[in-house]
Ligand binder design. Sequence first.
Ligand code: N01
Length: 648
Amino acid sequence: MQAPGAENVSSMGSVRSCGNVRGMHLGMRRPITLRAHITMDFQINPATLQGPVYFCSGTNKGIERTMIADGETSPARSAETGAFFDAIVVGAGFAGMYMLHRLRELGFSARVFEAGGGVGGTWYWNRYPGARCDVESMQYSFSFSEELDQQWNWSEKYAPQPEILSYANHVVDRFDLRRHIVFDTRVVSETFDEKAGCWLVETERGDRVHAKFLIMAVGCLSAPNRPNFNGLEDFNGPIYHTGQWPHQGVDFTGLRVGVIGTGSSAIQSIPIIAQQATALTVFQRTATWSVPAWNEKLTPEYLQAAKAEYPALRAKARARPTGFYFPFNTKPALEANPEEREKQYEESWARGGLPFLGAYGDLLFEKAANDTIADFARRKIRGIVKDPVTADLLCPDNVFGCKRLCVDTGYFETYNMPHVKLVDVSRTPIERFTAHAIEVNGVEYPLDAVVCATGFAAMTGSFDKIRITGRNGLTLSEKWRAGPRAYLGIASAGFPNLFMITGPGSPSVLASMIQAIEQHVDWLADCMGHMRDVGATSIEPILKDEDAWVEHVNEVSTVSLRSTCSSWYVGANIPGRPRVFMPYIGGFPVYVQKCNEVMNNGWDGFILEGAQDSNAAPRVRYTERWRVPLDIEVISPAAVAARRVPVV
Ligand code: N01
């Protein structure tokens, strides 16, 4: 096997002077690594461990404590300095893996740095009980290889986390990508060297390597939000975060467990934790809308039939605002009479999952329409939960589907179990942790273990963790202080040759993530291929075009009711973050069309420097599949905004 550092020849002759090339030394693999992810590394032999292990790391205020053990091998190696790559990719989730695949196909030298011990990103870290995808498996997968589509068999309608992780590992090996990825290595700093025209990337292991292109594939929901509750350090039991779950699993049998939060992660894990725990207390700040998944096994007959239509399904998915296909009724709810609506909602509920929101076309545009679906869903909750007080607490009062809609299996039913209690912390927040309890409003809830299902610093959290310095010493955090600013969610002025995959201002989390990733990567691969073709040294957005795009992203968001609540889409889940609607809500096809136009028009809105033929038309290597007729008329906020009418 070739060591990652052995691949050291740049195909970008013009910037090779940027660093000396040196190979990386791989040492023996250690049997196991247990890591504290905040400030310290520990090497512990698991054989010596008895019971839970706590990793404590000091923070500015109090102690942040989390339990994490990845149980995977980690290469011992010395720091690598001086190597130069055409491209460095940060993150080996689905975005980093696919970017690497395209870079290798183009013959670029590439290195991926990954903080985790394996590929998969979100699906590597989020191993909490019940974790599974809320987009159907047949669509939540790469679409670039028909052979892969035909050969991989999903076992369930909604794939569980271990199966998605197996898929990620299958892909990385099938396309021979693993040898270009360095695991257990967190990037801490990225600095643009204006003189040499390249990026210096430094890691917490002391690596210092250079690259012409720097691609941030850091994920939209990857930086866990750990509220700094009072007295956290006093609590005697383990505290877990769903987004960094111990790899060996957790058995809650016989324990009194507290779960903080009621978002997607909580909703999936609560029914399973309830089966194990002696007592389960859920601390709810905002009640959540959730629709049953009606998950089921996929039969060989189903798979065969679905695969026969796979290309057509993929094409239909690309034409949808969400980037995935489901039956969508474009009629307005307000034009139906109450009986028709009831029937339609019952049918959609029986289908379950995110497609429930496709029951009518105006649900996310018209509050009165939304009230009808909210009323229906509240009646469903009240029909399931026997205790009326608990049922009332579980009924959200915000716009239906305003926050990311949850998809559950037995969530509301769990509250009928006698040992499960719901505590409202909306008016009186969690006061403090004590040695054996969480205290709210003067009442102590005794606990042996706590699960923080408190979500993420979405969209920008992973960027904030790295010191990214562009032209004139400006850091990305400084530039983004009042909210992220990126042209097409792909690049930001002042940071040449730095690209983001599914960055803020792109559809990202509002589309099926893997489709959004593939479209970005294909566009970037064509962009980098073109730059090499014409000898361009750098690409960077023009500030006025970036500003216009950011304004458009903001404007379109106001058309949708989704902008009205305090969700992580607007950064409002974490105190102090600027309130900005971060993903592009205009619709996936509208966005793809814009990206195609930008490329067709010679990288409209970007400055390309050093090109020998600045008028050369780009060779379209990978974006052909995104240049198909896209149905931008299907209801999307951009289409609605363009027509200046409230709803189709
Ligand atoms: O995080 P969340 P998540 N005190 O932010 C509460 C994707 N995902 O990990 O709503 C008390 O949704 C917070 O309360 P509030 C999916 O896109 C997908 O569950 O801010 N409570 C909220 O209830 C999803 O949307 C899948 O008032 C506090 C919860 O913690 C996204 O990831 C599965 C608090 C956080 O919910 C994030 O989901 C899992 C505090 N101080 C995740 N701070 C699937 O594919 C926060 N909360 C199915």
